[in-house]
Structure formats: structure tokens, C-alpha cells
Design a protein around this ligand. Structure first.
Ligand SMILES: [Zn+2]
Length: 66
């Protein structure tokens, strides 16, 4: 296994952050994630700043059958 050190570590993009749809505050982790089918996931987000909750759906290509 190769460790990432030095300049290569800086090439990693920052972690994606979701933002509250109500107040715009950052939300770093989904409260709940749910598998829908072979190419969709649903995430539930709760804002610590204002208490607002909302869902997002992530769609991605279905994985090839093995
Ligand atoms: Zn909020």
C-alpha cells in the first residue's frame, strides 16, 4: 500500500459539504442514508443551526452485473 504524503496529499479535493436549504449553514454528514435501488441513494439531512430537515437523492450509473 502506498501512503499519500507531501504534495500528493494536497491534490485531494476537499470533502463535499451540504448546505441547509433553509439557513445555508453547513451540514457535514447525513443523518440517515437509504438504499433505494441499483442506482439511487436517499440521504436525510438535519441542520444543527436551525433544525430544518430535508432529503436529497443521489443517482449514479448502475454497476455492471458480474
Ligand atoms: Zn439550517
Amino acid at each position: 500500500m502506498k501512503l499519500r504524503t507531501g504534495d500528493s496529499a494536497r491534490q485531494i479535493p476537499p470533502r463535499l459539504v451540504n448546505f441547509c436549504a433553509q439557513c445555508g449553514g453547513p451540514i457535514y454528514f447525513a443523518t440517515w442514508s437509504e438504499y433505494i435501488d441499483d442506482h439511487r441513494l436517499r440521504h436525510l439531512w438535519n441542520c444543527d443551526d436551525c433544525g430544518y430537515a430535508f432529503e436529497t437523492t443521489v443517482c449514479y450509473p448502475a454497476l455492471p452485473k458480474t
